[in-house]
Design a protein around this ligand. Sequence first.
Ligand SMILES: Cc1ncc(COP(=O)(O)O)c(C=O)c1O
Length: 395
Amino acid sequence: MNTLRHDFDLDAQRRGTDAKKYDPSIVPNDVIPMWIADTDFTCPQPIVDALVKRASMPHYGYLYLSNDFQKAIIRWNEVRFGWKGLSVDMIEFVPCIIPGMIYAIREFSNMGDKVVIQTPVYPPFHDAVKNNGRQLVHNPLVLKDGRYEIDFEDLEIKLKDIRTKIFIICNPQNPTGRVFSREELEKMANLCLKYDVLMFSDEIHEDLVYSGNKHIPLASISEEIAQNSITFINPAKTFNIAGFRTAAVIIPNLKIKKAFHEAALKNKAIGRNIFGDVALITAYNECDYYADQIIEYLEETRDMMVEFFETRIPKIKMIKPESNFLVWLDCRELGFENQAEIKAFFKEVAKLELNDGTSFGFEEGKGFMRMNIAAPRAVVVEALERLERAVKTLA
Ligand SMILES: Cc1ncc(COP(=O)(O)O)c(C=O)c1O
């Protein structure tokens, strides 16, 4: 058993490196970056050690595609989420989730078909559908007493449409932080079975689930649901290894898997990356300790923030996330006329770079901003204090 302890308070010193989050044209020195979804934590030491070891072998030619990649994914899903019955032939590398989603959209629907997404949601979902000639259909999540819920009536109307071929969920959900329950997943999946709609489940945030909630892989619920699903995973978020561009799809239906594989082949997208392989395999085989500790750390930060917003910045309503280091802030009570003013307020007055809520859904995100809190706690506290001072200037 690994007894390592990771120091999440350590400053990873990313400014001035090649980190996109610190791009100086977006984030000048006096602004704290709380936007793009990677963490400011150093990556687990076993991954660093494995990469250094591989880097010290002075040949970097085409990679032999061993099954260690798939086996590590099988182990992780079984040990962490109790997802049993996975096999090597159900799993395929993709050069990140969104490219994989695009191959799948192109393969399993035709031009002009409809694809349903639940908004607000990660902006590339919108683009992956629209940029590939499919019709984007929103099933907006509904904010009720500070928590987002699924509108099943609206969902059924949209899935029933004969042109609807795919339904994409994000579980756990970015940006609302929802972790869908077994009942919710079952209900959505059963509607998809009823109306013959293929379901995609993006589970990239699966590891970062706060106490009192549980991540349930969609396809682990039943064989029937598994046979109608494609699951997308990537260790990028949990272990801060997004730069390796290495993700995977899990497709228990081997007919669908074969079609997906051929689509990936057509795009010449099957060769893996030497270092991405090492990072993913090490993460999923050796870094349970890190996944356990990061969520403990983030949970303390989240709880501190709930109290901070309630007592010191009550005009901004923080949607308390059930998962994830991405916090959805309801800023509608600040009284701005439009989104441009809200963005300018955060950047120019508070000196914080956040994501614009409308990029997650134009209507559903109006008046909202998304804050990335995966930084040493002292940085998050400093950001909240800046925001508090900025809000006071509005009085
Ligand atoms: C829901 C979701 N899917 C996918 C990604 C990106 O994954 P990838 O880099 O593998 O395309 C992100 C990154 O923020 C995300 O939040």
